[in-house]
Design a protein around this ligand. Structure first.
Ligand SMILES: Nc1ncnc2c1ncn2[C@@H]1O[C@H](COP(=O)(O)OP(=O)(O)O)[C@@H](O)[C@H]1O
Ligand SMILES: [Mg+2]
Length: 233
């Protein structure tokens, strides 16, 4: 079976900085894959080459068997790829509900309604706070809003950039539960994290990056030791 996503020998460069060096990676349908690495390891660069906001200097990005290396971000989003960016950027002055739909254009009223009902049932916080300005929520609550925004388009491949960054242990637990709900829907997830422990608990397989290069990849059990060590760098 072909993978949902394949990176083949991807390089990312910013001027003289070689941020990602010859990375190959796969995500199967319905699978959760974690990218572990310290600050500057290249995690965000990898996720941005998948959504298309950063162009690979060389190598290929293959999605559903098609080469999308040169496709626009819009084209990728319309084909089911969504990114919840680092720092869970929410629109502080917009309501929770408006945040959730800020990335969801062109859908019918009925689809919107059905999506909102599903999100409200899955994340009761959203219903309770739907009219509240997102900027007044706690960090953990904002992470749920950012996640819901990425999910509003019902993606097939969800990219999560450091969803646990700066969260309290309780918020990490709630965010993990939310991600598990997404997994149960069969959505494939590529998740980046410095915090190896909660990320490994969610993943099937992982890749450990250091300064742009792959150190190790494999099932969670095989990379756990190295991933936890990387956490303390
Ligand atoms: N827009 C940019 N311009 C120049 N250098 C960048 C840019 N974005 C990232 N970098 C550099 O690329 C490397 C990888 O960064 P990044 O992908 O953000 O890593 P991570 O997400 O793992 O912290 C770092 O050395 C970072 O400083
Ligand atoms: Mg990053």
């Amino acid at each position: 079976m072909t993978a949902l996503l394949e990176l083949e020998n991807v390089d990312v460069r910013y001027g003289g900085v070689h941020a990602v060096q010859g990375l190959s990676l796969t995500v199967a349908r319905g699978e959760t894959v974690v990218l572990i690495g310290a600050n500057g390891a290249g995690k965000s660069s990898v996720l941005h080459t998948v959504i298309g906001t950063v162009r690979a200097a060389s190598g290929a990005v293959i999605y559903r068997g098609r080469d999308i290396t040169r496709s626009s971000t819009n084209h990728r989003a319309c084909n089911g790829i969504r990114l919840s960016p680092e720092g869970r950027r929410v629109f502080a002055s917009l309501s929770v509900e408006d945040n959730v739909f800020s990335g969801c254009y062109g859908t019918s009223r009925a689809t919107r309604r059905a999506t909102l009902d599903w999100l409200f049932d899955t994340f009761p916080l959203l219903r309770e706070r739907r009219h509240q300005a997102a900027g007044t929520l706690s960090g953990g609550q904002q992470q749920i809003v950012a996640l819901a925004r990425a999910l509003a388009a019902a993606p097939d491949l969800l990219l999560l950039d450091e969803p646990f960054l700066g969260l309290s242990p309780i918020a990490i637990r709630d965010t993990s539960a939310a991600i598990r709900d997404v997994q149960r829907r069969g959505t494939a997830i590529l998740l980046s994290e410095q915090m190896a422990r909660p990320a490994l608990a969610l993943a099937d397989r992982g890749y450990v990056l250091r300064t742009g290069s792959l150190r190790r990849s494999g099932p969670v059990a095989e990379i756990r030791g190295l991933a936890l060590a990387e956490d303390y760098l």
